[in-house]
Ligand binder design. Structure first.
Ligand code: BEZ
Ligand code: FE
Length: 298
């Protein structure tokens, strides 16, 4: 839906346009060309928005109140401005711009707030769940470059929410669970046990949650498993895999879903032999994710 421009008199248009040019010229003193470009672009777009929607002073005050509440709830653990950027699709657009399509390189998606540097090392075939509740899930695949060569010793960091929809950093104690890191073998292969991803809501007890509610949007994220994959000479990939058939794929609250990242998580009945012979009492699932890394930028 686009707004029909409101007809204003020539005098009114001239006042509005002169103001924009005065503000734009105020950056002439800036000696940093990139900062000038960013500020001038921002001013032009903000003014265009105000003029297009004919923003009322009451609406402007409410917007300032909203941003103030975002600031008040933000601390070392809670970043409401990133959440705002996420639900507006701005995070995803920035990722799209900065991870340009390259051959068959795997697509990137949102980082999210729950990554932790220095997650526990696990061997190939190891288990990252560390007691997190959920159905066991065997994940396997390869890492290769865009010429099809396997990438040995690539660092794979993975993290996910438990079956109750919580990341370990949201637990009341400081347990580490459902995250880990491993390296590909000499042929670029990897595998690990995780838990089958389930849907969960982004933090929605703050101003961003109330905004979603006001516009009738759900805070739920489609079920996913996060990956960060890095190797010297390759562009670091931050991505997730999603579960084919998940009914939230079309309404992910942060617009992170890419068709190429939707994978089969094949369910196996209790008693079915597992890939590594591990004994599991109940059901388990299996997913494959072959990762292709683009070359690092010049
Ligand atoms: C996540 O996937 O962990 C996430 C992404 C964006 C906002 C909140 C959570
Ligand atoms: Fe997540």
């Amino acid at each position: 839906m686009t707004t029909t421009p409101v007809a204003v008199s020539a005098e009114q248009r001239s006042r509005e346009e002169q103001l924009i040019e005065r503000v734009v010229r105020s950056f002439d003193t800036c000696s940093d060309p990139r900062l000038t470009e960013l500020m001038v672009g921002l001013v032009r777009h903000v003014h265009a928005y105000i003029r297009e929607v004919r923003l009322t002073e009451e609406e402007w005050n409410r917007a300032i109140g909203f941003l103030t509440r975002c600031g008040h709830i933000t601390d070392d653990k809670r970043q409401e401005f990133i959440l705002l950027s996420d639900v507006l699709g701005a995070s995803m657009q920035t990722i799209a711009v900065n991870n340009e399509a390259y051959g068959d390189a795997t697509e990137a998606t949102v980082f999210g707030p729950f990554f932790v540097e220095g997650s526990p090392p696990v061997p190939i075939g190891g288990d990252i769940s560390n007691g997190a509740a959920g159905e066991p899930c065997w994940v396997e695949g390869t890492v290769s470059d865009t010429d099809g060569n396997p990438v040995a010793e690539a660092l794979i960091e993975v993290w996910e929410a438990d079956a109750d929809g919580r990341y370990d950093v949201q637990y009341d104690d400081d347990r580490t669970a459902a995250r880990g890191r491993l390296r590909t073998d000499g042929r670029g292969r990897y595998s690990f046990w995780a838990i089958t991803p389930t849907p969960y809501p982004i933090p929605h007890d703050g101003p961003v949650g109330r905004l979603l509610q006001a516009v009738g949007r759900s805070p739920m994220r489609a079920s996913h498993l996060h990956f960060r994959v890095s190797h010297r000479g390759c562009r670091t990939l931050v991505t997730h895999i999603f579960v084919r058939g998940d009914e939230l794929l079309g309404s992910d609250s942060v617009f992170g879903v890419r068709d190429s990242l939707v994978k089969d998580f094949v369910q196996h009945p209790a008693g079915t032999p597992t890939p590594d012979g591990r004994q599991i009492d109940g059901t388990w699932s299996k997913a494959r994710f072959d990762i292709v890394l683009a070359p690092a930028r010049g």
